[in-house]
Write a protein that binds this ligand. Structure first.
Ligand SMILES: Nc1ncnc2c1ncn2[C@@H]1O[C@H](COP(=O)(O)OP(=O)(O)O)[C@@H](O)[C@H]1O
Ligand SMILES: [Mg+2]
Length: 510
């Protein structure tokens, strides 16, 4: 495979539904360099690289390899030219082994003992790049970090000279990330080039040689990594705009009574053992929206789950509307007025095999409204569910349809309808608009604001900084299990929030 000395994107444009995801982007990647593609969620990073990998055809613009114009009609063309890509969401076949997965789409596999040959090549490449994997392991047994190694090895075995890694560290532990960076350095030492997509300033500064910053589909700037300052990068990412809290309607008056939620010294372990939430303390007033901003993986999920009683707390106390709720079950917390819109909607939010109606009363079916003694009142449940379906415009053939058959947006509306019924004391909303189209997302936001206006306290956990800044009264920035800062949301500087999200500390060290 010929070396890719330079790869140039010229004036790339790509629209989705009339909106430009990429708008006149020009970039060059050279042999031996790590080009970081930095930008907030939705900036257009994945789209641009999907174009380079042949998954999308650009609406305008051209691609040049070593100075010659090329046409990349699909991933097969890209691979032939030496371009490899590891997606944010892996595409391995779970029941196959590492070697079998790597063999898929690989050329030059000998007819005799192909398995042994592929396994041998994997061992050779594993060693060369310092990425240990066992060729004979079935993929379903592997951790996310190991799967990623397999994806990278697969691309290298296919002859990738330019490797695109789309937010590779989002699934990695810190030590796995260091291992990945070491592998990336070995690749570039051989003259390969790497495009490293990320929205995390710290790792971008650690691994790349040049940084291209995308903002709202456009190239905001390209800077050498050496000497680049965090503040400058944050400004390029955000345009330096100062966002003030959008008027979200009247706030209820400052409440002198007990806070809706008081959390003291909360420590929660993550799936991997170490504390994901470390000694966190905060209070939430009635009618207040506290936004939790942060890069995912800094304890937000564990915080939400612990507040909902779905994950045990190692230490600390929880007081809901003046009542000690520490160590209570999800049901007991619910009875105290705690509601939860989970991040993993399909796994934790609904029971897919049950009907829309049954899901609408999930964990409150013993409510006297829906049960007479030991007997469920089917008609009352159905009527209640139909009320939610109508009020939220849920698209379903009927309240008896299987909840699992609904689209993501409609499942979210169903959960929202159930969890915001009445005026709960606290609503913990984890990434409530993630994956929704604009209309559904706006609807969800307006419901949360309406509940706050009625007196519910809302903890809004979101990776969407615009959403946090638009809805919240105060913004807590979560970093490594703690709130790096809790700031009143008026005239808040976006760049400052982003610095805190990246672990920049209050002083915004450079
Ligand atoms: N297949 C698609 N269909 C419609 N819109 C899309 C599609 N892919 C991306 N977009 C939109 O394009 C914009 C850029 O998205 P993306 O490239 O995924 O951003 P990033 O990777 O920087 O987070 C977003 O507004 C996104 O919603
Ligand atoms: Mg992306």
């Amino acid at each position: 495979m010929a070396r890719i000395e330079s790869l140039e994107l010229r004036d790339i444009r790509k629209e989705f539904d009339g909106a430009a995801a990429n708008d006149g982007i020009s970039l060059t990647v050279r042999s031996g360099e790590v080009l970081a593609l930095l930008g907030e969620n939705g900036a257009g990073k994945t789209t641009l690289m999907n174009i380079l990998y042949g998954l999308y055809a650009p609406d305008a613009g051209e691609i040049l390899v070593n100075g010659a114009r090329v046409r990349i009609a699909g991933p097969a063309d890209a691979i032939r030219m030496g371009i490899g890509m590891v997606h944010q969401h892996f595409m391995l076949v779970g029941r196959h082994t590492v070697a079998e997965n790597a063999a898929l789409g690989l050329r030059g596999v000998p007819f005799l003992r192909p398995g042994a040959w592929v396994a041998g090549r994997i061992r050779e490449f594993s060693k060369r790049y310092g990425m240990a994997v066992r060729p004979e392991a079935p993929v379903w047994q592997l951790s996310a970090g190991e799967r990623q190694k397999v994806e990278i090895l697969k691309a290298l075995l296919k002859g990738a000279e330019l490797l695109i890694l789309d937010e590779p560290t989002s699934v990695l532990t810190d030590s796995e990330a260091s291992e990945l960076f070491a592998a990336v350095r070995r690749m570039t030492a051989e003259g390969k080039s790497v495009v490293f997509i990320s929205h995390k300033l710290t790792e971008v500064l650690a691994v790349s040689t040049r940084i291209a910053v995308l903002r709202k589909g456009r190239l905001a700037g390209t800077v050498p990594a050496a000497g680049a300052g965090r503040a400058e990068l944050a400004r390029l990412m955000t345009g330096g705009d100062v966002i003030s809290a959008a008027a979200r309607g009247p706030r209820i008056a400052e409440d002198a009574g007990a806070p809706a939620l008081a959390v003291e010294g909360l420590t929660v372990l993550g799936d991997l053992g170490p504390a994901a939430v470390s000694g966190l303390s905060f209070t939430l007033a009635r009618g207040e929206i506290l936004g939790v901003a942060g890069v995912s993986g800094n304890g937000q999920r564990e915080l939400g789950e612990a507040l909902a009683g779905l994950r045990p707390a190692e230490a600390g106390s929880l007081v809901v509307a003046g009542v000690d709720a520490s160590g209570r079950s999800p049901r007991a917390l619910r009875d105290l007025g705690m509601r939860h819109i989970p991040e993993e909607r399909l796994r934790l939010g609904v029971v897919g095999s049950m009907s829309v109606a049954d899901n609408a009363v999930l964990s409150c079916h013993r409510d006297p409204r829906f049960a007479k003694g030991p007997f469920l009142d089917r008609a009352a449940i159905r009527a209640h569910a139909q009320g939610i379906v109508d009020a939220y415009g849920i698209m379903t053939p009927s309240a008896d349809a299987r909840a699992g058959a609904l689209s993501g947006g409609n499942i979210q509306k169903l959960i929202l309808g159930r969890e915001t019924e009445g005026t709960p004391a606290v609503i913990v909303a984890s990434h409530p608009t993630c994956g929704l189209d604009i209309g559904a997302a706006e609807f969800v936001r307006s419901r949360l604001c309406a509940k706050a206006a009625q007196g519910s306290a809302v903890l809004l956990i979101s990776e969407d900084l615009d959403e946090v800044l638009r809805l919240s009264d105060r913004v807590a920035v979560m970093f490594e299990g703690r709130f790096a800062a809790v700031l009143p949301n008026s005239g808040l500087d976006r760049g400052r929030v982003m610095l805190l999200m990246a672990g920049g500390g209050e002083a915004g060290r450079d």
